[in-house]
Every structure is written in C-alpha cells, then in structure tokens.
Design a protein around this ligand. Structure first.
Ligand code: ZN
Length: 195
C-alpha cells in the first residue's frame, strides 16, 4: 500500500461575511480533566481556539458553538457511557471559551452537528459558505460535522492546532478525510486571515 502524506497547513484568507467559526463540543466532559470522556490533548488546543475566536469576533465572523446534548438513557451511552447530559456541568462549554449572548449555540444529538438540528438553516440564512471548524473529538464530532458540511457544499477549513483526538492515528485519519475526501483546506489558527 501507498504511504499517505498529509498536507502541510496552508495560509488562507476567508471572507468574514461568508464564514462561520464552528467550535465543536469544547465542553467540560471532553475538554476538562474532570470530564467524563476527557480527551487529554483537548486543553492544549484552548489557546489556539481562543486566539481564533478573538480574531473571528473582531472581524465580525459568525460564531457557532455545538454542544453534545443527551437526555437520560440516550442510546449513545451504551457506546460511551454517560456524557454530556443535558443541563449538567459536563455539558457546559469550558470556562475559557464561554459563548457570548450573540453567538449561536446548537445542541446536537449525535456526532454530526447537522443531524436533526437547525444548523444548516441558520448558516444559509446568514449567507455562510465557508466553515472554519475546530474542537473535539477530531475523528468523531469534528469529522462528522465537517463531512456533513462538505456534502452540503460548504467549504471547510481545518486548523489543526484547534482540534484534538485520543490517538495520533485518529488525528491523522481526521486530517486525511477532511483533505482527501471532503476537499477541505488544512490550515493553522495563526495562518487564517479573515478579510
Ligand atoms: Zn455524545
């Protein structure tokens, strides 16, 4: 089998008026050491996400948070155990990245933030064409959301310092799928310019 080379992060300019920053599942259960499904590499991505968030806010870019959000006895608990239970501390976004009142927050049912949610409608109404996607877990909710967005012909930008996974393999698999399959652009938080 052929060896796969992952693309190097590229410098990009994106149109502020047609772009949304999507922050996927940076909730206590995934990104805080006391969380139930803690991803140990997630806290290290917070400064990059914060920097990108500040930059996006200054440029007037639409900000969208997703929150994994489950009722009691959600079937997903058979796979992962109980996590992101509605209205609990674990389901809240980490303190460092708290949403502002004008941000959009989408509570999601499964890995894909579009599945069963009004996310597509919200983005279309705002005239969004480009999505900068960060958060966790890279090969699960980030990848499913990026893939679902790409199927809807949104352009995907993936800053790799803003995503985290449980293993190096999972991280690479997510980057490979986004770049190869979904034709997204692999970049880094400091290489994105909102124009
Ligand atoms: Zn879940």
């Amino acid at each position: 089998m052929e060896q796969v080379e992952l693309p190097e992060p590229r410098a990009v300019e994106v149109d502020s008026r047609k772009t949304a920053l999507i922050i996927v599942d940076m909730q206590n259960d995934f990104a805080h050491p006391n969380g139930r499904l803690f991803v140990p590499t997630a806290p290290a991505t917070i400064p990059a996400i914060k920097a990108l968030l500040d930059k996006a806010r200054k440029a007037g870019v639409m900000i969208v948070y997703t929150q994994d959000w489950h009722g009691y006895n959600d079937p997903e608990f058979k796979i992962w155990g109980e996590h992101a239970v509605a209205n609990t501390w674990g389901a809240e976004v980490v303190d460092e990245l708290k949403p502002e009142p004008s941000d959009t927050v989408v509570k999601k049912l499964r890995y894909d933030a579009f599945y069963g949610t009004p996310l597509e409608h919200i983005l279309r109404l705002a005239g969004v064409e480009n999505l900068v996607i960060v958060g966790t877990v890279a090969n699960i909710c980030v990848l499913h959301t990026a893939g679902s967005a790409a199927l809807r012909w949104f352009n995907i930008y993936l800053p790799i310092d803003g995503i985290s996974a449980l293993t190096d393999f999972d991280m690479k698999a997510a980057i490979r799928q986004v770049s190869f399959l979904y034709r997204g652009t692999i970049t880094r938080s400091d290489l994105i310019r909102f124009v």
